[in-house]
Design a protein around this ligand. Structure first.
Ligand code: ADP
Ligand code: MG
Length: 252
């Protein structure tokens, strides 16, 4: 009801793998329509944070909220399964590797989720897939199989597939890291278009220029904590912390 509450909120998130604490107390609030870029060295916990938001990883302690609903509710068994399946439908995630279904066409890849998970009719789902493919500039690939697409095209299909679920937030985990450099821009352009449409987004990226262009706010993570955050202009021009400066020197 309220438009005031954050779209995504993480409170006191801690996560360990064995003896190693990978998230060491993360607090994060993302407003509706806000675009947050997450940067930081490899191993700093960026992926674990994103994966914890849609509960691909379960936190040891702390809370995750999506639009006023707690994601990691203390439910058990089938009740939790029902809850998390519903919540996950509201979050689109795009990975470094595209994870398209190789045996399905582009049309089937995109329309399957809405048909199976949302009970959309086949014709509605196909119409939606058509319009999303036009949006990502791939209307002519609708009947292609993923193996016939370039990496950039696959990633744009993966984004269209996530959007087909009409998510409240999009999570991008290094969506362009596996792409040949000349294919990066076509994928970034789709993300920029979503930004212009006020999609709420969390974007893990190593591309500082892109982060600067698209993000309202940049978070620098290191060692499982958010070391520093701020608007990209401030973060990139005048980082406050030594650790941030050292990291950024390698990129800027
Ligand atoms: P980033 O995305 O910033 O590179 P990750 O969140 O992937 O960092 O990883 C943070 C740390 O957690 C790394 O040291 C990584 O090896 C470890 N890690 C991540 N996932 C697992 C897992 N499933 N099991 C054990 N260790 C993991
Ligand atoms: Mg990662």
């Amino acid at each position: 009801m309220s438009t005031q509450r954050p779209m995504v909120e993480v409170r006191g998130a801690r996560k360990s793998f064995g003896a190693v604490e990978v998230l060491r107390g993360i607090d994060l609030s993302v407003d509706r329509g806000q675009i947050v870029a997450i940067i930081g060295p490899s191993g700093s916990g960026k992926s674990t944070l994103l994966r914890s938001i849609n509960h691909l990883e379960s936190l040891n302690s702390g809370e995750v909220w999506l639009d006023g609903v707690q994601v990691n509710q203390p439910l058990h068994g089938q009740a939790f399964e029902r809850h998390i399946n519903k919540v996950r439908q509201q979050m689109g995630m795009v990975f470094q590797h595209f994870n398209l279904f190789p045996h399905l066409t582009v049309l089937e890849n995109i329309s399957m989720g809405p048909i199976i998970l949302k009970g959309m009719t086949k014709s509605d789902a196909h119409a939606l897939a058509h319009s999303l493919l036009s949006k990502v500039g791939l209307a002519d690939k609708i009947d292609a199989y993923p193996s016939r697409l370039s990496g950039g095209q696959k990633q744009r299909v993966a984004i269209a597939r996530a959007l087909a679920m009409q998510p409240k937030v999009m999570l991008f985990d290094e969506a362009t890291s596996a792409l040949d450099p000349e294919l990066v821009d076509e994928v970034n352009a789709v993300m920029k278009q979503l930004a212009a449409e006020h999609m709420t987004m969390l974007i893990v990226t190593h591309e500082m220029r892109f982060a600067g262009e698209v993000a309202d706010r940049v978070l620098f993570m290191d060692g499982g904590v958010i070391v520093e955050e701020g608007p990209p202009g401030d973060m990139f021009r005048a980082p406050q912390k030594e650790r941030t400066r050292t990291f950024l020197k390698k990129y800027l």
